[in-house]
Design a protein around this ligand. Structure first.
Ligand code: TNX
Length: 751
């Protein structure tokens, strides 16, 4: 492939060398190349010393890569790979290791077997990369991770992945030095862990009558019964497997929300008494565990069994997305609130979590919970898993609690990693490899002392839209590699292109192993840039960008269309289409980007309230960048405001004439996104005394498809203010009832 050649060439020229071993992921903290090579051949043996399990692991994997079964022996005659478990080796971390390669031997030194294991993983990558000639360059690697918590999650409730698949998943994590596996075992759509004291949890709770398929809003179902669970024997087997890979499994048992599968089995644990069915649709359900004594009794029994199965010090008890709708109208809950002297249902949630925490602590274990466990007061010893943004993590760290960073904006691997037109159906969002790679787990707001509470990052893989294991692989790769380097602490976001070339090298390994991955990095990616009022469209690809051909008149690019040499200047309305070509043939899908230039394009714009982190695109300027957000796909180019209004002021610079304002909004009730309840346009010449010009009422807005057009007699002014009012609290009966609605807006086009 030409792109490989190109990258090879560019890497050579940029780095001044082309040592293949620089493709290690995660990049080691320290790597020194020496002169000469080691030729790995059948004369080598493996000296296991204090690491017999690791020696076997190395033997098995070398055989898989190069077909040679090297003997394991107790002494080294000449050529050997030495696993030197040396307790006196003075590393500060028990995951640290050193690899030394010279002409005759390879020595891996560490003070713990987990360090030896990571040294082996590094060595396997070196062998993998040099498998054509089996020449490994002489080198010294000294390495240790920055974060002790390097996590990856898998949701097995929405779709079930069997024990063998979970073991493969663990292999992938181990290869990239991830050391925590968060196993999301229970949710509305399925209870997946056998609990001997309460067999109905799986007899009933592990099976649903059908599953939602396709995009959420379409509300289509497949009519096919679906289910599965792990027996305790299988769980033990997976836990033992993970231990060999030095991965700690953290089980999650969701409470009080995401509990419909358990309630279908034991409806008496709800506030209404049911009956219920195991969830068939996605989203957030109103029926949650009722804080009754029998609920706590069952959950404590569950915890008792979970604790015997999982050696981890942590039990994750969920805590997210628990609507208080039922608790508000349940007499038991209201009496409990009074009896315990609680303020409201949020404090009741805190009571629930704290009560479970006490029980779990009494068994010598600690809890982790999602952000929402902060609501109504944080349980005393809890670790917060910060997902809605990074604020939960900041708050936790500032109040002396540990936190794990897993924000939707950077680490939700159920979001799209490429063009939604060519990627499999996903939850939404826009999370490309480069963005994952740019994540810094330590928020800038924290002092060095507070930052010690940030245990590390974790990426989550929710599986509403992931129906089989091949698709799990596709969503995981290559983003797992970016997570790996972020968590190891050697990521360099300003060197993304170098990381990308290492990822391309690793794709060969994935090909050899038959693992699916997304090719999205080879797509043509268009980025809109607005600098000093000048609009440009920048195209990029992991391939050679010079092979991109584009048109400006909406026609399909052909091999003789304009070659892309520099950012395309956009100074009038037009549609750009771009495709990547090789040998005269289109290789990538074509991207299409219409631009609508108006009097507000590129003008200075200010917002009173800022959009939510995950939907902040390019900030306020996104509203005047000449591009209307795509209504099919709210991950890109839209600004999303949670519970807040849009209050935007545009400064034309000089007095300007106009007679219309057009903006777009979205209505996706299943995703908590609602049309605004009002739009108001006002103008001013001094930037402070605004006069109202025109508005749109809720009834008028609800008649549109989201294109909101306000026309009025010609005005002349320097400033225009556009207020788009959020619906407010989502009404009962709709997804997310009781929470703040999301308001999505894009482009404010003035003419
Ligand atoms: C939110 S993250 C959820 C999950 C969904 C996920 C989809 C979290 C604690 N709750 O139940 O699967 O969004 O991205």
């Amino acid at each position: 492939m030409d792109y490989i050649k190109y990258l090879f060439f560019s890497f050579f020229t940029v780095a001044g060398n082309c040592y293949a071993q620089q493709s290690l992921i995660p990049a080691p903290q320290h790597l020194e190349i020496k002169s000469g090579n080691l030729n790995l051949d059948k004369n080598f043996s493996i000296l296991g010393k204090g690491s017999p399990e690791e020696a076997k692991f190395l033997q098995k994997n070398i055989k898989e890569i190069i077909g040679l079964e090297l003997p394991i022996s107790n002494k080294c005659t000449k050529k050997c790979i030495v696993l030197d478990l040396n307790k006196s080796y003075g590393a500060t971390s028990d995951e640290a290791y050193v690899v030394v390669v010279d002409a005759n031997q390879i020595v891996i030194t560490a003070n713990q077997n987990r360090g030896v294991f990571y040294g082996i993983q590094t060595l396997l990558q070196l062998i993998e990369e040099n498998r054509s000639n089996l020449e490994i360059p002489a080198l010294v690697i000294r390495d240790s991770p920055k974060f002790a918590y390097r996590g990856m999650h898998l949701d097995v409730s929405r779709h079930f992945f069997n024990a063998e698949e979970v073991k493969q998943y663990l292999d992938y994590l181990a290869a990239y030095k991830i050391n925590k596996f968060h196993w999301h075992l229970t949710d509305d759509q399925g209870w997946r862990i056998e609990i001997k004291s309460h067999p109905k949890l799986t007899e009933i709770g592990a099976f649903r009558k059908e599953s939602q398929i396709g995009p959420y809003a379409a509300m289509t179902f497949d009519g096919k019964p679906y289910g599965g669970f792990y027996t305790q024997e299988q769980i033990k087997d997976v836990v033992a497997y993970a231990q060999k890979l030095h991965i700690e499994i953290i089980p999650e048992i969701e409470m009080p929300g995401h509990a419909l599968a358990a309630l279908a089995a034991y409806p008496e644990l709800s506030c209404t008494g049911g009956p219920f069915e195991v969830g068939t649709t996605w989203g957030v359900m109103d029926d949650i565990f009722c804080p009754k004594d029998e609920t706590f009794a069952l959950l404590e029994d569950v915890i008792d069994e979970v604790i015997t199965l999982f050696p981890s010090k942590y039990i994750h008890i969920g805590g997210d997305e628990a609507p208080k709708t039922r608790w508000k109208t349940c007499s038991h809950c209201q009496e409990l609130i009074k009896k315990e002297g609680l303020k409201d249902e949020l404090e009741l949630q805190s009571y629930f979590i704290t009560r479970m925490e006490k029980y779990i602590n009494s068994k010598g274990k600690a809890i982790i919970g999602w952000d929402e466990i902060l609501e109504g007061g944080l349980a005393p010893n809890a670790t917060v898993m910060s997902w809605t943004g990074i604020q939960g993590g900041i708050h936790a760290a500032k109040t002396g609690h540990d936190a794990i960073m897993t924000p939707t904006s950077h680490l939700y691997f159920d979001y799209y990693q490429g063009n939604p037109q060519t990627e499999p159906l996903a939850f939404g969002g826009d999370l490309r490899l480069e963005k994952v790679y740019s994540f810094n787990p330590i928020p800038a707001e924290l002092s060095a002392e507070e930052a010690k509470h940030i245990l590390g990052p974790q990426a989550n893989l929710w599986t509403e839209y992931i129906t089989d294991f091949g698709q799990v692989q596709h969503m995981l790769f290559p983003r797992l590699m970016a997570l790996s380097e972020v968590a190891w602490g050697t990521s360099q976001p300003d060197q993304y292109k170098k990381f990308e070339s290492r990822v391309i090298e690793h794709m060969k390994t994935l090909d050899r192993k038959g693992i699916n991955y997304s090719n999205a990095i080879f797509e043509v990616i268009g980025n809109i840039e607005l600098i000093d009022g000048e609009l440009t469209y920048n195209l990029s690809t992991a391939n050679d960008p010079k092979n991109i051909r584009y048109t400006v008149d909406g026609s399909e690019p052909i091999s003789t269309s304009f070659p892309y040499v520099s950012p395309i200047k956009i100074d009038k309305s037009q549609t750009i289409k771009a495709t990547y070509f090789e040998n005269g043939k289109p290789i990538s899908a074509t991207i299409t980007q219409p631009f609508t230039i108006s009097k507000s394009t590129g003008k200075h714009i200010q917002l009173v309230d800022q959009p939510g982190e995950a939907y902040s695109a390019g900030g306020a300027a996104t509203l005047v960048d000449g591009v209307f957000g795509d209504k099919q796909f709210f991950g890109k180019n839209w600004l999303g405001f949670n519970g807040k209004d849009v209050n935007a002021t545009i400064d034309f610079g000089t007095e300007t004439e106009f007679s219309s304002v057009k903006l777009s909004s979205l209505d996706r009730k299943g995703s908590w996104i609602h049309f605004p309840k009002e739009v108001r346009v006002s103008i001013a010449n001094d930037g402070s005394s605004y006069s109202f010009i025109k508005g749109l009422s809720q009834a008028e807005i609800n008649k549109t498809d989201g294109d909101l057009i306000l026309t009025f007699p010609k005005q002349k002014a320097r400033y225009i203010k556009v207020e788009v009012l959020n619906l407010g609290i989502i009404p009962d009966g709709l997804a997310g009832a009781g929470s703040g609605a999301w308001l999505f807006v894009d482009e404010i086009s003035v003419n």
